[in-house]
Design a protein around this ligand. Structure first.
Ligand code: C5P
Length: 188
């Protein structure tokens, strides 16, 4: 979905920086791609790019936990079980929201398995976003690894719009359109 949005934003005339984890998708034409592997790298790169940016769209399904210790060598098995201690991964979009300017527009994604809109609105508030695109990942509707998607886009002051179901390319163009409208309305 991130790649589809980068393509749609570029087609709409935006200047686009794409911070992307490892995926097997062709790079969108005319977009600056910043490859990252870990959440910490994604945070550092996003921090570095955030200052001059007008719109931040965070589609990344960042892991909630990471191992506390990284072993330099392969662990030998010894016939015993293994307990791995995990620590929480810092929330990238929330930390950017804390340092945002009021003219910057922040969009998050929420993949939910139940109470999609209630949970997404809670996330919108908690993370300090302007807009959240929620999709259900329950059952066969799942967006992960699929070419299709359906989003419920929720904003402040009761804003609600349903995009799709359609291909991710079409949904992405619609979402870029919604963002452009809301940004223009806020500026006027
Ligand atoms: O809390 P949850 O992962 O459901 O929130 C989803 C939103 O928060 C997405 O926009 C995702 O990119 C962002 N996120 C983040 N940093 C994290 C986890 C999620 O920016 N560590």
């Amino acid at each position: 979905m991130g790649f589809a949005l980068a393509t749609a934003a570029k087609e709409a005339g935006w200047s686009v920086d794409l911070v992307a984890g490892p995926v097997s998708l062709p790079e969108p034409a005319g977009v600056m791609v910043y490859p990252v592997v870990t959440a910490a790298e994604m945070q550092r790169q996003s921090d570095a790019l955030f200052g001059p940016c007008d719109v931040l769209i965070m589609t990344a399904a960042v892991s909630d936990w990471r191992p506390k210790v990284t072993e330099p060598q392969k662990l030998k098995k010894d016939g015993q079980g293994l307990t791995v201690e995990l620590e929480p991964v810092p929330d990238i979009v929330s930390s950017l929201a804390e340092e945002r300017r009021t003219d910057q527009f922040l969009v998050g994604f929420a993949a939910e398995t139940e109470n999609v809109e209630v949970n997404a609105l809670d996330k919108l508030e908690r993370k300090g976003l302007d807009l959240i695109a929620a999709n259900s990942v329950a059952g066969s509707e799942g967006a992960f690894g699929s070419d299709h998607n359906k989003l419920v886009v929720l904003g402040r002051n009761g804003f609600r719009e349903v995009l799709g179901p359609a291909s991710k390319a079409v949904v992405a163009r619609q979402l870029i359109d919604v963002i452009a409208r809301l940004v223009a309305a806020r500026a006027s």
